[in-house]
Design a protein around this ligand. Structure first.
Ligand code: AMP
Ligand code: MG
Length: 427
């Protein structure tokens, strides 16, 4: 493959990389995985469409009523402003799925249900609430508009038109559209394969007793969760000790079978040196100090193909549990969406909110605090979750958003507006 050539990038300082710049570099280097498969509509949920879904039919297929009411000829009705009502003859009923066999002629009204095909002759529907029935006559008040309360054939989709475009992440609405066209199968990109391991001599896997000084490996679980919700195929490679040989084997194995490798730990200054030497052998990897907190150190690059083929993108995340989640959301998630073929890669959902507590902040870096959103007098407000240490995973569990404090800011006073990134419901 061609060289990644980080050094050719404009404005590139690996030791002080702004968050947006780092995200841009990552996104610009990646291209979607190739390969797709056909799946049934239901199996397509959460997958990425590989080819446009072309509508074989018009939706709706016929002009039909949007309301329960009376199908009439507008020309028969009294004009708006006239005092007179219009009396029409009730000629029957049209039901959804059971059309009226006949037409609406001068002076006639047809009772019509929502979704029923509009009969010939009629050109508007008067809602039942304003009409009065007297014997076999219907009395319509003045002021009705031509064409009102109708859904026109092809108004939603025209036959031959792309109903959903390649690159769409298929959500329930898209699955519904596929079904509304009578389409049973769609072409989706293959799932992105992500190999995952944790590094650290202090890590213990759940199910084994903690030895003195050990901590349970939680990163592999949060990462597994975030990757699974994104729809990736996760290859869990467990805990790898801080030993060159073990790490080298793990990287070789991962790059033979995965599109991307996500690791945690081992990229901080104290540990990075031997990893750096090893990486120089296995691929092209940049060790970044990103102007952010938490999550300053991060490795990003490309592992070469080995004898068994492969080659994979590498995201070496820091070890601290909160830093893992924050860097995943800021860099790895958009990168994986791009690899998955999502086009365009969506922005992280964010909006301004009023912060109700003071916060300290260092200048020159983006800080991500964990926040809880609530409403006060109709406005969205946010409160930090408390202890914000980058190892305090409970601050993440309490939070439903990240409060993003931009580099120029040096503090937050109560009442200040801050941007929040919504984590609720995030894949
Ligand atoms: P490191 O980046 O490897 O220096 O790790 C930074 C901190 O994160 C240390 O306190 C580690 O014990 C902790 N840590 C690293 N990996 C994990 C993990 N997989 N699960 C929980 N904590 C971790
Ligand atoms: Mg470590």
């Amino acid at each position: 493959m061609t060289s990644l050539n980080f050094s050719c990038l404009d404005d590139y300082d690996p030791n002080a990389l702004p968050v947006d710049r780092a995200r841009r570099i990552v996104l610009d280097m990646l291209a979607p995985v190739t390969g797709h498969e056909r799946v049934f509509a239901r199996q397509a949920l959460g997958r990425v469409l590989a080819a446009d879904v072309i509508s074989p039919v018009a939706v709706p297929g016929h002009d039909n009523s949007a309301m329960d009411g009376w199908a009439v000829r507008h020309a028969d009705l009294a004009e708006a402003g006239e005092m007179g009502e219009t009396r029409l003859r009730n000629i029957g009923t049209a039901f959804a799925g059971r059309a009226f066999d006949g037409k609406v002629s001068r002076g006639e009204a047809l009772r019509i249900m929502t979704g029923a095909v509009l009969p010939e002759g009629a050109d508007c529907v008067v809602i039942q609430e304003v009409a009065r029935v007297e014997g076999d006559e219907v009395i319509i008040p003045p002021g009705q508009r031509a064409g009102q309360n109708l859904r026109r054939a092809g108004e939603d989709l025209k036959a031959g038109e792309a109903a959903i475009h390649a690159g769409a992440l298929l959500r329930p609405a898209e699955i519904g559209i596929v079904a509304s066209l009578g389409v049973a199968e769609v072409s989706v990109r293959r799932r992105v394969r992500v190999a995952l391991f944790s590094t650290g001599d202090e890590l213990c896997s759940i199910g084994t007793p903690l030895f003195p000084g050990a901590v349970y490996d939680s990163n592999r679980y949060t990462l597994w969760g975030m990757l699974t919700r994104l729809g990736c195929e996760v290859i869990d490679m467990g805990v790898v000790r801080d030993q060159p040989e073990a790490l080298e084997n793990a990287f070789r194995e991962a790059s033979a079978c995965a599109d991307a490798i996500v690791t945690s730990g081992g990229v901080s200054v104290g540990e990075a040196d031997f990893i750096r030497r090893m990486m120089a052998k296995l691929g092209e990897v940049a060790f970044w100090k990103i102007a952010m907190k938490p999550g300053r150190p991060m490795a990003f690059g490309r592992m070469h193909a080995g004898a068994a083929g492969g080659g994979a993108w590498l995201f070496g995340l820091p070890g601290n549990p909160v830093a893992v989640m924050v860097t995943f959301y800021q860099f790895v998630r958009p990168a994986l969406l791009k690899l998955m073929g999502v086009d365009p890669v969506p922005e992280f959902p964010a909006f301004p909110a009023r912060c109700v507590e003071a916060m300290k902040k260092g200048r020159g870096r983006t800080e991500f605090q964990r926040g809880i959103l609530f409403q006060q007098e109709g406005a969205w407000c946010v409160r930090p979750t408390g202890a914000q240490g980058s190892g305090v995973l409970s601050s993440m569990a309490k939070a439903d958003c990240l409060i993003v404090l931009e580099p120029e800011r040096d503090k937050v006073s109560p009442g200040d507006t801050v941007m929040v990134q919504l984590m609720t419901g995030l894949a």
